[in-house]
Design a protein around this ligand. Structure first.
Ligand code: AMP
Length: 180
């Protein structure tokens, strides 16, 4: 394991049985609160795109906003919020996405993307991939060229990365944890 991975893993707090029994919650608030780890995570996520043209960074509410805003700034790209339903004030496009139990909906402003724009999707963690898959569908529906989906944490046993790759999306993650 690289020293960067070790540093990031050490900065993530693990909370057993949250929000329910059997789930190990990967809490990145400790990483965000650690100046060195936060910078490291953002630098590592930005690195593959340095020198490439990226028009927009789309962040998934809420932790994807924090990371995505910093990444957009570094890449001199615009930022697009993908929000839980009912939060955006203008014309929206909406998609239903699957959660572990049931479905939910997320929304994006209809004019947030110009067709053909190169977009990077950002969230803190990919588990089953249901959330990110919904976001990719929304972005593509608006004509975005989804260049990559980036996450600090991958839980590969839950299959999210494979799900996105099957959609033809390049996936980048910084650290991996086995299990749930
Ligand atoms: P999924 O749609 O299953 O890929 O779930 C991803 C979303 O749920 C992300 O927005 C994560 O922040 C959150 N999430 C899922 N599992 C965990 C976990 N074990 N720890 C922290 N956040 C999680």
């Amino acid at each position: 394991m690289s020293t960067v991975e070790q540093e990031l893993i050490a900065a993530i707090r693990n909370i057993a049985d949250y929000p329910k029994p059997g789930i190990m919650f990967r809490d990145i608030t400790t990483l965000l609160g650690n100046p060195r780890a936060f910078r490291r995570a953002v630098d590592e996520l930005v690195h593959p795109f340095a020198g490439l043209k990226v028009d927009k960074v789309a962040g998934i509410e809420a932790r994807g906003f924090i990371l995505g805003g910093a990444i957009a700034h570094q890449l001199s790209a615009g930022f697009v919020p993908i929000r839980k339903k009912g939060k955006l004030p203008h014309d929206i496009v909406r998609v239903a996405y699957s959660l572990e139990y049931g479905v939910d909906e997320m929304e994006m402003h209809r004019d947030a993307i110009t067709p053909g724009e190169k977009v990077i999707l950002v969230d803190d963690l990919i588990a089953t991939g249901g959330t990110a898959e919904g976001a990719v569908k929304l972005l593509r529906q608006m004509g975005a060229d989804v260049v990559s989906a980036c996450f600090v944490i991958d839980l590969p046993d839950l299959g999210g990365r494979a799900k996105l790759e099957a959609l033809g999306v390049d996936v980048k993650t910084l650290v991996t944890f086995s299990g749930h």
